[in-house]
Design a protein around this ligand. Structure first.
Ligand code: PSV
Ligand code: MN
Ligand code: MN
Length: 392
């Protein structure tokens, strides 16, 4: 039987082992379609973005990978970029393709009625796969911005067929150790139909492709009041939850700091993850952030986001699962709910501070980063930082 002491050790070990992948685009200038705000000291190229990622990792010990976005993170030599990352103690995670910033894609990319445009969209993924080979990345992440604005504009079924064909070509080009991560989003940039609007559509395509095709759940990509933890539970059951894009939404696809709008939802999501034993790296679930920091300092916001995920995870790890199972089996509705709420209402900050200190890290990553002087240094050194590419 698990004693409280061994349980606490298990919790600390699980927290120490948890990793969260950061998006390169979180470090560049960003905004909304109304205004991109320029912040002093932002990276001028992908090398500097990775240097900032390494800062988040240095203070949290939990952010050892960075997702790249192609062509936002275009460089001449991806081997050199991967070496630079390794030298700084991090590695290259998912490679994100970009199908939403080219005039040719006005009517769609992989679903476009014209075969020439579809071929161009497939070719872009072949280039992304080359980047994966050069950087050691194993995840190709695809968010399809395609859709239509008006009933009758295009044939809904034909677009699904074209999509299936394009995805099959891309999947066939992957190496054996590569996965395809397929994201969904219920609206925007199109407003009548999206070609992958929901997890069911993503899953249908993944099932047709093969075992290494999995769904990405972006927490900002659902209609209000969607029960996201239900989707998590279902995809885990089927072995098809490939990754999260974590962020917070108040209204739409806000891309705000994860856990900011609804920390209880994040806890409920992590509770499903922990309950299914999917926190372990071997589970195949990649915990990524997909965020932009339009008005707040970017490195600190990424540190805060990592800490928010850790806090939700710690609370989920504190759920007394044996007692919960017993309450559920006995039909003790209030008892079961009370057990979850007990865990959620626990202040886990001292526990996480202890875990950090056991790893040789500062108990308070944000205070430690602020005291380091890195923020002032990059403001002095970097003039003319770049835009993330997103939010323009
Ligand atoms: C657009 O909605 C989006 O936020 C998707 O979530 C992608 O993951 C991200 O941009 C980067 O392409
Ligand atoms: Mn996303
Ligand atoms: Mn999004």
């Amino acid at each position: 039987m698990t004693t409280p002491a061994t349980a606490a050790n298990g919790v600390r070990d699980a927290l120490a082992a948890q990793t969260i992948e950061l998006p390169s685009w979180a470090f560049g200038n960003s905004g909304t379609r109304f205004k991109v705000f320029n912040q002093a000291g932002v990276p001028r190229d992908p090398y500097e973005k990775i240097a900032d990622v390494a800062q988040v990792h240095a203070y949290t010990g939990a952010a050892p990978r960075v997702s790249l976005h192609i062509p936002w993170d275009l460089v001449d030599d991806y081997d050199a970029l991967a070496t630079h990352a390794r030298d700084l103690g991090v590695s290259i995670g998912a490679i994100n393709s970009n199908l939403f910033q080219d005039d040719d894609y006005m009517l769609g990319s992989l679903t476009h009625p014209d075969a020439k445009v579809r071929a161009k969209a497939v070719k872009h993924h072949l280039d992304c796969i080359d980047v994966m080979r050069a950087t050691g990345s194993t995840d190709l992440k695809l968010w399809l911005p395609d859709g239509t604005n008006y009933p009758g504009q295009d044939d809904i079924r034909a677009r699904q067929d074209r999509l299936a064909d394009g995805l099959a070509e891309i999947y066939a080009a992957l190496d054996d150790n590569h996965r395809l991560l397929l994201e969904y989003k219920f609206f925007e940039p199109y407003f009548y139909t999206m070609d992958i609007p929901d997890w069911g559509t993503s899953l249908v395509h993944c099932l047709a492709l093969g075992e290494r095709a999995t769904v990405v759940l972006d927490t900002g990509h659902h209609a209000p009041n969607t029960n996201i933890e239900f989707i998590v539970a279902q995809l885990i059951r089927l072995g098809r939850l490939g990754a999260f894009d974590f962020n917070s939404r108040f209204y739409a696809d806000d891309d705000l700091m994860v856990g900011a709008a609804d920390p209880f939802q994040l806890f409920r999501i992590m509770n499903e993850i922990v309950g299914a034993d999917a926190l372990r790296a071997e589970s195949g679930v990649n915990f990524m952030l997909d965020q932009c920091h339009n008005i707040e300092p970017k490195i600190q916001a990424q540190i805060r986001s990592v800490m928010n995920v850790q806090e939700a995870t710690a609370k989920a790890l504190l759920v007394d699962r044996e007692a919960l199972k017993a309450a559920q089996t006995n039909g003790d509705v209030l008892g079961a709910n009370g057990l979850l709420m007990d865990a959620y209402n626990t202040d886990v900050r001292p526990l996480l501070a202890q875990v950090r200190e056991e790893q040789g890290l500062a108990a308070d990553p944000i205070a430690a980063y602020r005291a380091s002087g890195y923020g002032e240094k990059i403001i002095a050194e970097r003039v003319g930082g770049t835009q993330a590419g997103w939010g323009a």
